[in-house]
Design a protein around this ligand. Structure first.
Ligand code: SF4
Length: 459
C-alpha cells in the first residue's frame, strides 16, 4: 500500500499513472490510498514519512510538474523501475509532440521534452524523429476525411498473453452470424459519397474465418468504400494463410498484410498456445512474397522463457527476410499474471529495457526507421510498441489511427469510431458493443450515434 495525503482529487489519476509506471508493484487503485484534503504539503509513501513541499501561490500546472518531478526523482520506495520517459505518462506521446510542434520549432520541442518531462536524451530524439516523420505524412492527408477500420474478432486459438475478446474461428455458426451482421452494418453506409483515405481490416485474425466469409467482407468493403490510398488486412497467424486466402486478398486489391510470428523460437510458440511453427511462418511469408504484398512482421520482446539472445536472434532472422515493415512490441502484463505474482518482473524488466535499445540500434543500422509508437500499461521494462519501416513503406493507417489525426469509422463488434475535429483538436468516440449478442441485436443504436457526429462532416 502507498498513501498520499493532501492531493486535489482531479490530480490523482495523473500521479497514479506515474506511480504505476515507476512502481508497478502497486497494480490497482486498491494499492494506492489517496487521503484527500487539498493543501500545500504533499505527503507520500507507505507511512506518509516523505514530504514534498510546495511554494506559496503556485499555479496548477507548476504544482503538477513539481509533484510529478518529486515522485520521479525523490520519492524513495524499494524496487523502483527505471523509465526513459521521465514524468511523461499516457499512451500516445507522439500526439502530444505533434501538438508541441505546432507551437514551437523542433529544437525547442527537444529541449522541452528533456527539461520539462525529464525524458532521457535518446528517447527524446527517438520520439521527436517519429513526430516529424508523421507530420510530414499528415500534410498530404485531408484532416476532415476519414479512414475505415473493420474488426474481425475470430482466432484459431487464444494466445496465452491475449486479453482481447475473441471467438474461436472453428465455431462456424457464430462466424456466419457475425459476418451477416457486419455486412448489414457496412451496407448501411453505402450512401457515403466521400471515399476513405485508408482501410484496415484487423482483429483477431481476419484470415482465420475461411475464404468464403473473407470474400463476402472484401467484396462489400470494396463496393462501398473503394480501396483508399492503402488497403491493409492483418493476416496475423501463419497457420491461417494459404494460396486461396492470398488469392482472395489480391483479387480485392489488398496491398498490405501483416504476418505475425511474434518470435522465431519454436519452443516459445508452443508455450503461447499458438498452433503454428516457425516453418509455417516461413512458408506463409514466401507465399505472400509471390503475391507481391507489402509485408509487416510483428515480434514481441519479453515473451516468457526467452533470453535476450533469443529475442535478438528472432529479430535478426526477421530482418534477414527483408520485409517492408517490422513492428516490435514489448510484452504487456495482465493483472495477476505469474510474472507479477512471482516478482520476477523487476529482474526481467532490466534485461528487456536493454534489449529494446539493442533492437532499435539493430533495426536502424539495417535501414528500418521508427515511424509510429505507442505505450501500454504494465509493459516489461517500461517498454513500448514501435513500428519500423523502410523509407516510403510506412503504414498511413497506423500513423493516422494511433495519433488521432483523422476520423476513423469503425465497423464490427468491439470496434471504435473516432470523430476528429481538426479546428478544435477535439475527438468524439463511439464504441460498438463488445459481445456478439449485443452487437447482433443492437448495432443500429451505435450507428445512430455515429450518424449524429457524421453530420458535422461532408462524407
Ligand atoms: S492472434 Fe492476437 S487476437 Fe488472436 S488470440 Fe492471439 S493475441 Fe489474441
Amino acid at each position: 500500500m502507498i498513501k498520499f495525503k493532501n492531493f486535489i482529487e482531479a490530480e490523482a489519476h495523473d500521479y497514479f499513472e506515474l506511480i504505476r509506471m515507476l512502481y508497478p508493484q502497486f497494480v490497482s487503485e486498491k494499492d494506492i490510498e489517496i487521503i484527500n484534503s487539498p493543501g500545500k504539503t504533499i505527503f507520500l509513501s507507505q507511512d506518509l514519512n516523505q514530504v514534498c513541499h510546495l511554494p506559496e501561490d503556485i499555479d496548477l500546472q507548476e504544482r503538477r510538474w513539481r509533484i510529478k518531478s518529486y515522485i520521479l526523482n525523490s520519492l524513495d520506495i524499494k524496487e523502483k523501475m527505471p523509465s526513459k520517459f521521465g514524468i511523461l505518462t499516457g499512451v500516445r506521446p507522439i500526439k502530444l509532440i505533434i501538438d508541441l510542434l505546432d507551437k514551437m520549432p523542433p529544437d525547442q520541442v527537444l529541449d522541452y521534452l528533456k527539461n520539462y518531462y525529464s525524458i532521457e536524451d535518446l528517447m527524446a530524439e527517438f520520439l521527436l524523429s517519429i513526430a516529424l516523420k508523421e507530420k510530414s505524412y499528415f500534410e498530404s492527408v485531408d484532416p476532415k476525411g476519414y479512414s475505415v477500420y473493420i474488426h474481425i474478432p475470430f482466432c484459431p486459438s487464444r494466445c496465452t498473453y491475449c486479453s482481447y475478446p475473441i471467438i474461436k474461428s472453428s465455431n462456424k455458426d457464430l462466424l456466419k452470424t457475425y459476418v451477416d451482421t457486419l455486412l448489414k452494418e457496412l451496407e448501411s453506409y453505402r450512401d457515403l459519397s466521400k471515399k476513405p483515405t485508408s482501410i484496415y481490416i484487423g482483429g483477431g485474425t481476419p484470415t482465420s474465418i475461411g475464404v468464403d466469409q473473407l470474400e463476402r467482407i472484401l467484396k462489400t468493403t470494396r463496393r462501398i468504400f473503394g480501396q483508399g490510398m492503402e488497403f491493409t488486412v492483418e493476416a496475423g497467424r501463419p497457420d491461417t494463410l494459404t494460396e486461396a486466402v492470398f488469392s482472395c486478398l489480391k483479387s480485392h486489391d489488398v496491398q498490405r498484410i501483416s504476418i505475425n510470428p511474434q518470435t522465431m523460437q519454436d519452443k516459445t510458440l508452443s508455450r503461447l498456445n499458438r498452433k503454428h511453427s516457425i516453418n509455417d511462418f516461413l512458408r506463409a511469408y514466401d507465399l505472400a512474397n509471390q503475391f507481391d504484398f507489402s509485408i509487416n512482421v510483428d515480434l514481441i520482446l519479453g515473451l516468457p522463457g526467452e533470453s535476450s539472445l533469443e529475442m535478438m536472434d528472432s529479430l535478426g532472422r526477421v530482418i534477414n527476410l527483408d520485409p517492408d515493415n517490422i513492428t516490435v512490441h514489448t510484452l504487456s502484463l495482465k493483472n495477476g499474471s505469474r510474472l507479477f505474482q512471482e516478482q520476477e518482473y523487476f529482474s526481467i524488466s532490466e534485461v528487456i529495457s536493454k534489449v529494446i535499445d539493442d533492437a532499435y540500434q539493430e533495426l536502424v543500422s539495417k535501414g528500418y526507421n521508427p515511424y509510429y509508437m505507442y505505450r501500454q500499461k504494465r509493459t516489461l521494462g517500461n517498454g513500448f510498441n514501435a513500428g519500423y519501416s523502410k523509407e516510403g513503406k510506412e503504414s498511413l493507417y497506423n500513423m493516422l489511427m494511433m495519433d488521432e489525426q483523422q476520423s476513423i469509422l469503425g465497423f464490427g463488434m468491439s470496434s471504435s469510431s473516432k470523430f476528429y475535429y481538426p479546428e478544435s483538436n477535439r475527438l468524439e468516440k463511439v464504441l460498438q458493443y463488445k459481445n456478439l449478442r449485443d452487437y447482433q441485436e443492437h448495432w443500429q443504436d451505435k450507428n445512430l450515434l455515429k450518424r449524429t457526429f457524421m453530420e458535422d462532416f461532408k462524407w
